[in-house]
Design a binder for this molecule. Structure first.
Ligand SMILES: [Zn+2]
Length: 366
């Protein structure tokens, strides 16, 4: 019997594996390989997931009459040189589109899409890990302090060593700062070009140097694109970034949820509660008096976003569930596909549509 990974990472001894599950385990393997050092460092022994993904893909290629990857290095080369649509796999159209790569060809680091596929494998384990971090703050802080502490984490995913000490004096969160400093890790070497690192101007996370002078952010840039940088940091300052789980949580959902709350506050909609420790949720009371439970998410592919929404919305039992996706989704077919997939289970709105509806400024089809 051959061990096979099913949805949610459960190992069974079934000999069949769906192509969906195969991509999920390969993506998790690439993330695991990257966590060891770097996807191309190939430190032995290889993570179990990457070996499993390689074996199963090899078998699939054999069945399909294609030449499969010859080993882990070749699998990684596939991941940055072949779009997913070119792999000998059948994936439904809501899960794959042109330009999808699991590894960025310039930085050779996993893409946001790779992370989203890996979350399917692990049932959102990194998000649960991030919520565990945030719950340790809940146990120690009053609601007002907690709000400030979470806002600080959203605003400051990257710090230098001096800030680790001085932040203890920051009004409002001083008591929680010693807990929050444990959330930060030393920035790995791959974030530096010589002695310089740089943050992404959009999300504030560390960008990755590519080529001679460019930078790339996995959370905001498509594979092969480049990113505008914000702050430049010197190695001697000591560069720290939030734990990887918190980074993905804030980069995918937390920062946008906070921005939506701020835009609603500017529009005088004050009945808003942001919950990241249980979320990412926003509870918004709209002009009709209904309280919407808004899930903020973005997994690039509508299929992956819909699956994640179903997982959590079923648990929440919210009366008026809403799924908010970035405005950019309205510029291609993704928004329509997502609405079709979600059906009448919940309203699907872009951030701008949500704000217009919540402020009563314009109707939507919600
Ligand atoms: Zn970014």
């Amino acid at each position: 019997m051959v061990p096979v990974v099913g949805r949610g990472g459960v190992i069974t001894t079934n000999v069949s594996i769906s192509h969906f599950d195969l991509v999920a385990v390969i993506a998790q393997g690439i993330v695991d390989l990257d966590a060891v050092d770097h996807v191309e460092a190939f430190t032995m022994p290889y993570p179990r997931t990457v070996q499993l993904g390689l074996d199963r893909l090899g078998l699939q290629c054999l069945l399909a009459g294609h030449a499969g990857p010859t080993g882990i290095p070749d699998l990684v080369r596939w991941a940055w040189s072949r779009q997913l649509s070119e792999w000998p796999l059948q994936l439904d159209s809501e899960f794959v589109s042109s330009g999808d790569l699991l590894v960025d060809p310039l930085s050779r680091r996993p893409t946001k899409l790779c992370a989203a596929w890996a979350w399917e494998y692990s049932d959102d384990a990194p998000f649960e890990h991030a919520r565990d971090f945030l719950r340790t703050l809940v146990e120690r802080g009053t609601p007002a302090v907690l709000t400030k502490a979470i806002q600080h984490l959203i605003d400051t995913p990257v710090i230098v060593t001096k800030q680790k000490a001085t932040m203890a004096a920051k009004p409002g969160i001083g008591g929680l700062w010693h807990v929050m400093t444990d959330f930060y890790r030393r920035a790995p070497e791959w974030y530096f070009r010589g002695d310089r690192a740089a943050t992404c101007a959009r999300c504030g996370e560390l960008a990755i140097p590519v080529g001679k002078a460019d930078w790339w952010c996995p959370w905001d840039a498509r594979p092969g694109d480049t990113t505008t940088t914000g702050e430049e940091l010197d190695r001697d300052q000591g560069v720290w970034q939030l734990d990887g789980a918190l980074t993905s949580y804030f980069a995918v959902s937390g920062r946008r949820a906070g921005a939506i709350r701020d835009r609603l506050a500017e529009a005088q909609v004050t009945e808003v509660r942001l919950s990241l420790e249980e979320g990412p949720w926003l509870e918004v009371t709209v002009p009709s008096g209904e309280t919407w439970c808004v899930r903020v998410d973005d997994r690039y592919q509508p299929g992956l976003t819909a699956l994640a929404a179903r997982r959590t919305t079923a648990q929440s039992g919210a009366r008026y569930p809403v799924l908010a996706v970035p405005d950019a989704w309205a510029q291609d077919a993704r928004l329509g596909t997502l609405r079709h997939l979600i059906g009448s289970d919940m309203a699907v709105l872009t951030d701008s549509e949500l704000i217009k509806t919540a402020t009563g400024k314009a109707g939507t089809d919600a």
